[in-house]
Ligand binder design. Structure first.
Ligand code: GLC
Length: 638
């Protein structure tokens, strides 16, 4: 074989190879083999694949950290990183700066939440926080947010589409300030108005509650799981599971002895069936107990009914130190100490532990329980998988921080208008007497001189109720908004409108509108055995009567529930249930003096006396106004 051509061929091959190496090495344009994305970080991967991939990478400590929710005031950004915390909440009235109400602005909330998120993203696996707040009638912790009517008023509207729109608006205002999770809606069926949380529910009827709960959930989350990752959506919570409205005496966090678990499931299961079907991603366990067993320890209901029977695949969160109320387990064995309470609640089906200040202790004890197999690795992986699933579905890995584009929606005119509409539709007309041959409410627009009185006519705090800026709420000028009398002056601007809080000076006016009722409260602070009108309100009415024995009196009741008015109402020509309207008080005037009519219907029976609740067998004999009752302006009191 001739040597020359062979040598030339070999030489050419070497040259081409060397040149090729040089091109590949130095030609930035040369396509590197695509870096295969880690599955859990790949937004295109299936959620379940992302969950399993991430779970497989996690240490036990990282898994336990995901189960822990701390209160913002008791944790630092470094704690979030060092303990791999899964969640933070701000409880009612927990502002960006300790005890500084003025710090509760959208901007400072955004800064606070994003800072903690940085701590989570700095962990080895970069698992973002799910950050929760009680946005139960708007983003009510934050000054300037649109505060919608509390749920008892929304129940009066019977307007499912309106509730969904309120959920959408609230979700935007929440996300515009950082959090990505709301502990709402409360889907209790309210059975006893002595209960301090009556106003947080939509009413007494399970179907009404279920349908309104679904509408709120759809507004918050969207109508399919794929909507949830949209920047304008938040994770919702169906709470407080299950049957909290049935406690003996309406006692908050109390025991249910009048019904069995089966009966509670039978009465309230529609609520959770529909919430789960609507895709609610979290459920909060209730403080109360059934036949002595705390819901936080009730494996049959949390796991057997909610997860297994209804197929709920989101996660269950405990309530505020709720696990620490456990004293017996579902076998009747005594439970004492935090370690046993953690064990019992997690094994019963609680996936995330709301342990506001003692989260470190909770982390340590939970880790011990797992290492000692008292909480099995299988159960731990189940809880972590549920939490990770919701975080992936909510798009938190792709968008963990506040979206600046939502800032304009916070307290927007559009949302205020929606809230004003909700106020108008929430009003229930209970008494509409004929005066001079005409229903009094048909006459209002033609009257020239309007006298307004009462402690709730000019008080944003009173008309918003609990869970507003602070946990309990408070009287006074606590946030931006329009009071009821400001709304009347705006809408009836062509009339003489005079306001006196004590009802002095009514003589010579065509009508007296007396805006009275309750002052703010929340939870157990609202439990009561006395729903009579307050003395100050009775005195206001008396002052009017003293000056003018004949002036028609219309009472507008701003309260979280029905009040006992049986003895007084005969002297009134009109009675309106306005519930807790929130910041857009002008919605009341839109009906009184505008072209809107009353459309609201009672979401809850209105008793003549609280004895009704201790005489269930004769309850109907105590009814003053039935569930579903509500007049229009032209309908005279029956
Ligand atoms: C409260 C309430 C619950 C709320 C939680 C966080 O005690 O029971 O509705 O979501 O604590 O604030």
């Amino acid at each position: 074989m001739k040597k020359k051509p062979l040598i030339i061929s070999v030489f050419l091959i070497i040259i081409v190879t060397v040149v090729g190496i040089i091109i590949v090495k130095y030609d930035g344009q040369t396509e590197q083999p695509a870096q295969k994305k880690v599955v859990y970080l790949d937004p295109e991967a299936l959620i379940e694949d992302r969950v399993q991939d991430l779970l497989s990478k996690m240490t036990v400590e990282e898994k336990v950290g995901q189960l822990i929710q701390a209160e913002e005031k008791s944790v630092t950004k470094d704690d979030v990183k060092d303990y791999y915390l899964g969640s933070i909440l701000n409880g009612g009235g927990s502002f960006p700066e300790l005890n500084v109400e003025e710090s509760s602005t959208r901007e400072l909330w955004e800064e606070m939440v994003d800072s903690y998120q940085d701590g989570a993203l700095a962990t080895r696996l970069g698992i973002p926080l799910i950050y929760g707040v009680d946005a139960v009638h708007g983003h009510n912790n934050v000054k300037g947010a649109t505060i919608f009517p509390h749920s008892v008023g929304l129940g009066s509207t019977r307007n499912i589409d309106l509730i969904r729109e309120i959920g959408k608006a609230t979700a935007k205002e929440i996300k515009s300030s950082g959090p990505n999770w709301t502990f709402a809606p409360t889907v209790a069926s309210v059975q006893d108005i002595r209960w301090g949380r009556s106003y947080e529910g939509f009413g007494e009827n399970a179907t009404l509650v279920a349908d309104m709960g679904v509408a709120y959930i759809e507004g918050f989350q969207g109508t399919s799981i794929s909507d949830l990752k949209q920047t304008s959506k938040v994770v919702a919570t169906a709470k407080h599971f299950i049957g909290e409205g049935y406690t003996d005496g309406g006692k908050n966090q109390g025991d249910i002895t009048q019904y069995t678990e089966e009966e509670i499931i039978e009465m309230d299961k529609e609520i959770y069936e529909k919430a789960v079907k609507a895709g609610v991603r979290t459920v909060m366990a209730s403080f109360h107990s059934i036949q002595g067993l705390k819901m936080h320890a009730n494996e049959r209901l949390l796991t057997g009914f909610l997860k297994d029977e209804l197929g709920f695949d989101g996660f269950v969160i405990s309530d505020w130190y709720g696990i620490q109320q456990i004293t017996i387990d579902h076998n009747g064995n005594s439970v004492s100490g935090l370690k046993e309470q953690i064990k019992v609640s997690v094994n019963a089906g609680v996936d995330m532990l709301m342990q506001p200040e003692n989260w470190r202790e909770t982390f340590k004890l939970t880790l011990q329980l797992v290492n000692d197999n008292e909480i099995t690795m299988e159960r731990l992986d189940d809880a972590v998988s549920r939490i990770l699933r919701v975080k992936f579905e909510a798009g938190l890995f792709e968008n963990p921080k506040t979206d600046q584009s939502l800032a304009d929606s916070f307290g927007s005119e559009e949302h205020q208008s929606l809230a004003r509409q909700a106020v108008s539709e929430s009003l229930v007309l209970l008494k509409n007497d004929e005066v001079n041959g005409q229903p009094i409410f048909n006459q209002l627009p033609e009257m020239d001189k309007i006298f307004v009185a009462g402690k709730n006519a000019d008080d944003i705090g009173n008309q918003s109720g609990g869970w507003t800026i602070t946990w309990q709420g408070e009287s006074g000028d606590i946030t931006d908004g329009t009071t009821i009398v400001e709304g009347i002056k705006e809408v009836a601007s062509n009339k003489t409108v005079t306001y006196d809080v004590n009802g002095k000076g009514a003589a010579g006016y065509d009508v007296a509108l007396v805006v009275i009722g309750e002052e703010p409260y929340a939870e157990t602070d609202g439990d009561t055995n006395d729903l009579n009108l307050k003395q100050v309100d009775l005195e206001t009415i008396q002052n009017i009567r003293t000056e003018d024995p004949n002036i028609p009196i219309i009472v507008i009741l701003v309260a979280g529930r029905p009040m006992i008015v049986t003895e007084q109402m005969d002297d009134w020509s009109g009675l309106v249930a306005a519930w807790l309207p929130g910041t857009e008080g002008a919605g009341v005037a839109d009906v009184l003096f505008g072209d809107k009519d009353f459309t609201g219907k009672l979401p809850i029976s209105w008793p003549t006396h609280l004895d009704a609740y201790d005489n269930r067998d004769k309850f109907d004999e105590y009814i003053l106004f039935d569930y579903g009752f509500g007049l229009s302006k032209s309908e005279v009191t029956p």
